[in-house]
Design a binder for this molecule. Structure first.
Ligand SMILES: [Zn+2]
Length: 182
């Protein structure tokens, strides 16, 4: 298994400055939210693999895939070159954190349930991390329920919807957190 240093140097070879940035960020997030216990894997910037999704975690390869669109400049600029100076690091970091939750769940026994988001383990991680961030939110598994003869997915009052759960933590940040001058 490759070490963090080897993976980072591979990332730099492939992606330059953003390759280095994302590994440093991974290390910081690992320390802050996972007691440094996530085991490192490759982190790839790509463009089309999973359509519109901003990130993806490949469980068997322990690979985090991040959408290259995340590297687009935050503010209108004449400098059309994508790169380390202008992209929204807070958004990219949150997408990385999301994929690291999948990484954590996978590396600590995996999940059983409806989907990779709507299951006990993921929900537990969301609540744990939200608390560390200081977010006032609550997640609960979303279950099917019959209401007036109709089977619906029932979100308990005050809890994250499936979409919000699937887009945590970026679904729960304020606009200002990302788009105020950083
Ligand atoms: Zn996900």
């Amino acid at each position: 298994m490759a070490t963090f240093a080897e993976l980072k140097s591979e990332g730099i070879k492939l992606f330059g400055g953003v390759g280095a940035w994302v590994f440093d960020e991974w290390k910081m997030l690992n320390h802050t939210f996972f007691d440094g216990k996530n085991k490192p894997g490759a982190i790839i910037w790509g463009s089309t693999l999973h359509g519109k999704s901003l990130g993806y975690y490949h469980v068997t390869e322990n690979l985090i895939y991040l959408n290259k669109n995340l590297l687009r400049p935050v503010y209108p600029t004449n400098d059309l070159k994508w790169g380390i100076r202008h992209f929204n690091k807070r958004v990219a970091s949150d997408v990385l954190l999301h994929e690291m939750i999948h990484q954590r769940v996978r590396q600590t026994g995996g999940w059983v349930g409806e989907t990779s988001h709507n299951n006990e383990r993921f929900v537990e991680e969301v609540n744990r991390i939200a608390k560390l961030i200081g977010m006032n939110i609550k997640a609960k598994i979303i279950k099917q329920k019959t209401i007036q003869d109709e089977l619906i997915w029932h979100v308990e009052p005050g809890c994250l919807t499936l979409k919000e759960l699937s887009d945590f933590p970026y679904s729960s940040r304020s606009y200002n957190y990302y788009y105020k001058k950083q």
